[in-house]
Design a protein around this ligand. Structure first.
Ligand code: AP5
Ligand code: MG
Length: 219
């Protein structure tokens, strides 16, 4: 069963994805992580991706389609998508791409108020090595600047400037939110109150995934 995580910037998509992956056997498609890796490349494309992300704008549907095709060719089992699709064009493309791969089974929407999001993003730190996500206020690492999981260095993303965050939130409202009604009508939407503590949100998601038929690792 393929799963999509939808939510505005800072809603906890990456945080919940990490928890889901520890319990369920899924491949992880993180649009943001893949694009940030691409942005490090010393090429015209790399520079373009870096510039677009840092402005808080979306990359083209065409580039994203190419990235999805590449990912699907390398990953055969069920997938959890974080950050893709982000608009209705991308939904259509993903549905077509998954036609022979069990389609989209569940769409989890993390609903969080905008004030909470802005505060979370300004205090987020991420591991440069393994990608683990922390928050200096709500979910701090044991040792300042060091990842609990792998000892890697923690850093703050380049797209956390007030202008970029404003842009990212606006794009979510204009382009991504319409997807929610689309999935609601299809009956695949599971709405979670993402203002709750991380572990409480995860318990709701875990229960839902088990109820939907996804097997726990080792069960
Ligand atoms: P992406 O990396 O996907 O960024 P985003 O959607 O803006 O979301 P974030 O990663 O910022 O937040 P999150 O929901 O993962 O929250 P997190 O778990 O980190 O995309 C980046 C950019 O790439 C885009 O702006 C665009 O330019 C480009 N892009 C990506 N996908 C694209 C696409 N499909 N098409 C075109 N372009 C695309 O949590 C945030 C913080 O809050 C952390 O500090 C965490 O510890 C804390 N936290 C999480 N949950 C809780 C909780 N319940 N309570 C308290 N604190 C919490
Ligand atoms: Mg994320």
């Amino acid at each position: 069963m393929n799963i999509i995580l939808i939510g505005p910037p800072g809603s906890g998509k990456g945080t919940q994805a990490q928890k889901i992956l520890a319990d369920f056997d899924l491949a992880y498609f993180s649009a943001g992580d893949i694009l940030r890796d691409l942005a490090k490349e010393d090429s015209a494309l790399g520079k373009q991706v870096a510039k677009t992300i840092n402005q808080g704008k979306l990359l083209s549907d065409q580039l994203m389609a190419q990235i999805i095709r590449d990912f699907l060719s390398k990953n055969q089992g069920s997938i959890i998508f974080d950050g893709y699709p982000r608009n209705l064009n991308q939904v259509v493309f993903l549905e077509e791409s998954l036609v022979n791969r069990k389609g989209i089974g569940l769409v989890i929407y993390l609903q969080v108020s905008e004030q909470v999001l802005t505060a979370r993003l300004s205090s987020r730190v991420i591991c440069r090595n393994c990608g683990a996500v922390y928050n200096l206020i709500t979910n701090p690492p044991r040792e300042k600047g060091i990842c609990d999981a792998c000892g890697g260095e923690l850093y703050q993303r380049n797209d956390e400037t007030p202008e970029a965050v404003k842009k990212r939130l606006a794009i979510f409202r204009q382009q991504t939110r319409p997807m929610i009604d689309f999935f609601k009508e299809k009956g695949s939407l599971f709405i979670v109150d993402g203002n709750q503590p991380i572990k409480d949100i995860y318990q709701l998601i875990r229960k839902k995934l088990i109820k939907t038929g996804l097997a726990l690792i080792g069960a």
